[in-house]
Design a protein around this ligand. Structure first.
Ligand SMILES: NC(=O)c1ccc[n+]([C@@H]2O[C@H](COP(=O)([O-])OP(=O)(O)OC[C@H]3O[C@@H](n4cnc5c(N)ncnc54)[C@H](O)[C@@H]3O)[C@@H](O)[C@H]2O)c1
Length: 262
């Protein structure tokens, strides 16, 4: 498949990440079918895309996009509770989690979903998972199209952060990786290749962040420095815009904002 053939993208899970991912892709001009479990959840997804902190309305107010671009983005948006609607998508982005049990990384749920999708979606489509921690090769076990399977790990908020980790297994084809790099470019993101390693805790970003966060917490416990001063050093000395504790706080506040809208 060539990038010119990509017209419709399926995003499964319209939560904190899925709503932002969908917004980025519809704004870039692709049609997106975003699937979630209920119409009520999908109404929140639509609201987050339009009215969220990084939503289209804010984009227009801040001059990042025009009102016309917002209208076009919304015209590209399809919301559905039926996985069958994804059958003609060229790219699938799985971003499920949460739900009643509040488990973000439910491997069995993702495996079940990919098995179902493999029987519904046309054979040459590319399947990706936005998992932050699960080994990609384990998820690829659910499908026959292993050459077309890879991780596509976005950063939060997807609308703002311009990098995506593309995690490849030994089976992921070079053609698939190149297409996904081109797709990332076409939606204004930089796709970075990461080798999938079983048991690897979180690709590049999360792996490094968690080591740094653990050390930062240790320094606070040992009375070496305050949270504020650690963040000041990381921000002013190393250019980590939100420091370490600031990043943790931002993670919780986006989730809370989305949940309050639910
Ligand atoms: N939150 C982050 O900062 C972040 C960053 C990168 C990756 N991720 C990963 O992205 C995924 C989603 O995270 P999130 O923060 O958006 O979670 P979330 O709970 O905000 O949203 C998940 C959505 O998936 C839906 N869902 C659950 N099972 C489903 C199914 N079988 N079919 C369709 N929809 C289903 C839920 O109803 C919910 O709306 C997780 O794997 C998470 O680890 C999260």
């Amino acid at each position: 498949m060539k990038i010119e053939n990509v017209q419709t993208v399926g995003v499964i899970g319209g939560g904190v990440m899925g709503s932002g991912i969908t917004q980025v892709i519809v704004t870039a001009g692709y049609r997106v079918i975003c699937c979630d479990l209920t119409d009520e959840i999908l109404a929140k997804t639509r609201s987050a895309i339009i009215n969220g902190r990084y939503g289209l309305k804010t984009g227009v107010e801040r001059g990042k996009i025009t009102a016309g671009q917002m209208d076009n983005a919304l015209a590209n948006l399809v919301l559905s509770t039926k996985l069958e609607d994804l059958k003609d998508c060229e790219i699938i982005i799985e971003s499920i989690g949460g739900g009643a049990v509040e488990v973000l990384e439910d491997r069995d749920a993702k495996l079940k979903l990919f098995t179902t999708l493999d029987s519904i979606v046309k054979g040459d489509s590319i399947f990706t998972s936005n998992t932050s921690f699960l080994t990609i090769a384990t998820l690829a076990e659910a499908v026959k199209r292993k050459g077309n399977f890879l991780g596509m790990h976005w950063f939060r908020p997807p609308v703002v952060l311009p990098v995506v980790e593309l995690t490849y297994t030994p089976d992921t084809s070079e053609e698939t990786l190149r297409l996904m790099e081109a797709f990332c470019k076409s939606i204004g993101k930089e796709g970075v290749r990461v080798k999938d390693v079983p048991g690897d805790p979180g690709f590049i970003g999360n792996r490094l962040y968690h080591v740094a966060a653990a050390e930062a917490r240790k320094m606070v416990e040992q009375g070496i420095a305050s949270q504020e001063d650690i963040d000041k050093v990381m921000e002013l000395g190393y250019g980590w815009k939100m420091g370490i504790f600031g990043m943790s706080a931002a993670f919780s506040s986006t989730r809370q904002e989305f949940q309050e809208k639910k």
